[in-house]
Design a binder for this molecule. Structure first.
Ligand SMILES: C[S@@+](CC[C@H](N)C(=O)[O-])C[C@H]1O[C@@H](n2cnc3c(N)ncnc32)[C@H](O)[C@@H]1O
Ligand SMILES: Nc1nc2[nH]cc(C(=O)O)c2c(=O)[nH]1
Ligand code: SF4
Ligand SMILES: [Mg+2]
Length: 219
């Protein structure tokens, strides 16, 4: 069973499918506590959730007639039956994207025919969670995956640059830099990208926070 804190339809505000319609399923609980987390409410043990089976979730998703499904949280990879849910969504014709914090091994999906696209965060120094990132995952990323660096300072940007270079991430997958909302001027990020000649790297602002109130849930 899954602990679901919210389900909603919107446009995806992040990732390589930003701007496309997506159906979001947000799960309760996280094994990290990033300084900047915009869903701390969902991580709390006492966050109200609905207990749903994979079939319950898929039935609800199907009603929306939306192809793209984003599994997020909290940390979706902590849900024990997540692989079963991904398979069922795939069998129902959905394209599945998982937003994950990068601490959980994705290697079991290497040869799976319903492999989702992973958006893996590299948690930068200012998040306070960098030590939990599992860089072994970079041996298992594929072209349709995304590695994302959410930055709030030049220190974070420098670390993002080092990690992208060290693991040649921009040759293997999509790479995104995104500001911690309101904490760094995106102009500074562009200046840094120019300074380091960061080709094949995308800057992205969380689109939904410009369309709706940045504090609003379910959008
Ligand atoms: C809320 S997390 C949930 C999924 C997973 N736990 C993770 O961290 O990837 C989804 C995405 O939102 C990003 N995020 C969280 N708070 C943010 C903020 N204040 N500004 C920008 N991005 C943020 C995270 O870095 C992550 O890429
Ligand atoms: N519109 C919208 N797009 C998103 N893309 C990733 C989200 C997330 O919280 O993981 C998110 C979200 O919360 N809302
Ligand atoms: S890993 Fe994701 S959900 Fe967990 S605290 Fe960090 S940003 Fe929030
Ligand atoms: Mg979000």
């Amino acid at each position: 069973m899954f602990k679901v804190v919210e389900m909603f339809e919107s446009i995806n505000g992040e990732g390589y499918k930003a701007g496309q319609l997506a159906y979001f399923v947000r799960f309760q609980g996280c094994n990290m506590n990033c300084v900047y987390c915009d869903t701390k409410w969902a991580n709390k043990k006492d966050a109200p959730y609905q207990l749903m089976s994979a079939q319950d979730i898929v039935s609800k998703v199907n009603e929306a007639h939306i192809k793209n499904v984003t599994l997020t949280g909290g940390e979706p990879m902590l849900q024990e039956e997540i692989e079963e849910l991904i398979r069922l969504l795939y069998e129902n014709g959905h394209e599945v994207e998982i937003e994950t914090n990068g601490s959980i091994d994705i290697s079991s999906y290497d040869h799976c025919d319903y492999r989702p696209s992973f958006t893996l965060d590299y948690k930068c120094p200012d998040s306070g969670m960098e030590k939990f990132v599992d860089v072994m995952n970079y041996d298992h990323i594929q072209e349709k995956d995304t590695i994302k660096f959410v930055c709030s300072s030049r220190i974070d940007l420098k670390k993002a640059y080092e990690i992208i270079e060290k693991y040649a991430l921009n040759k293997k997958a999509h790479v995104y830099l995104s500001p911690v909302f309101g904490k760094i001027d995106p102009q500074e990020m562009v200046a840094f990208m120019l300074e380091k000649n960061m080709n094949d790297v995308n800057l992205q602002l969380q689109m939904h926070k410009f369309i709706w109130d940045p504090e609003e849930r379910g959008v």
